[in-house]
Write a protein that binds this ligand. Structure first.
Ligand code: MBD
Ligand code: FE
Length: 282
């Protein structure tokens, strides 16, 4: 209902902004004047060119100004940037890696989720709804050498498409965990199939989507950060074959290598899939 949706949009925007401020990557924070000049000048020049080519009016300029102000008030800059820009940044950052494909992190990662053993069930509510999903695999080097001490951080939405800590009423670490793989790099995670994610319809991003006549959806996905000593961490997502929006992700973050095709579990309870991670050397 509308009340719930409004509460959710406001809360998730504020929470995502707060989360970003506390975890922001700081390694390249020193401003290189030349670099800032080049990037900002090119960005502005591209905008000037669009304004001239499309004869943008003062009414449209004011609409843009008002919308930009509102994005900040809604706390939706993390959402906006991760949905519409991050995929290009990830493409540049991931070039030249040989291991498992990465994709965008998105706005809903929270570090420090509960540590769990190699075979585990993610934290869930007593009555967690949805199809059980067994997600298992092995973490290896690019040569196929198993990586003991590998860490598989996983976070995903529930069967209503909501993330814990970004929607009201969910336990703090619901469907989030830091899984420590065994000596062979193996892991076996019992969880539930997530639902597609809808961009909140009542915030600024939702208004943009409506105004442009787009859809507001990301396909159902698992988020992962996989790492091991002396290897590069990979941030990725996994999707589900045949799932809604897999071919039309609003965040442009699906890659063919990232689409899972789970089989029915042997005991008839839910589904099961194996996906192995390959990490580049650091
Ligand atoms: C998500 O769940 C997400 O993964 C991204 C990238 C953007 C918005 C919501
Ligand atoms: Fe997500």
């Amino acid at each position: 209902d509308i009340i719930t949706q409004q509460a959710t949009a406001a809360e998730s925007g504020a929470a995502a902004t707060e989360r970003f401020r506390s975890k922001q990557r700081r390694e390249s924070a020193e401003a290189d004047t030349q670099r800032v000049d080049t990037l900002v000048t090119e960005l502005l020049t591209a905008a000037h060119d669009i304004i001239r080519r499309h004869k943008v009016t003062y009414a449209e300029y004011d609409a843009l100004k008002s919308w930009l102000i509102q994005v900040g008030e809604d706390g939706e800059w993390p959402l906006f940037l991760d949905v519409w820009l991050e995929h290009a940044v990830e493409e540049v950052a991931g070039k030249g890696r040989d291991g498992s494909k990465g994709t965008i992190e998105g706005p809903y990662y929270v570090p420090g989720s509960p540590q769990l053993p190699a075979e585990t069930t993610l934290p869930t509510r007593e009555d967690e709804a949805g199809t059980p999903l067994l997600f298992q695999g092995q973490v290896t080097d690019v040569d196929g050498t198993p990586l003991p001490g590998a860490i598989v951080e996983i976070w995903h939405a529930d069967s209503d498409g909501f993330y814990s800590q970004f929607a009201p009423g969910l336990p703090e670490w619901n469907l989030r965990g830091t899984v420590i793989a065994d000596e062979q790099g193996n892991f076996k995670i019992h969880t539930f199939q997530p639902a597609p994610y809808q961009i909140p319809t009542d915030g600024s991003c939702g208004r943009l989507i409506t105004a442009a006549g787009w859809h507001a959806w990301r396909p159902a996905h698992l988020h992962l950060k996989v790492s091991a000593p002396a290897h590069q961490l990979v941030t990725t997502q996994l999707y589900f074959e045949g799932g809604q929006y897999v071919t039309e992700d609003i965040a442009s973050a699906v890659k063919p290598e990232l689409v899972l095709d789970p089989a029915p579990a042997a005991d008839g309870s839910g589904r099961k899939v194996t996906y192995n991670f390959v990490l580049d050397k650091a």
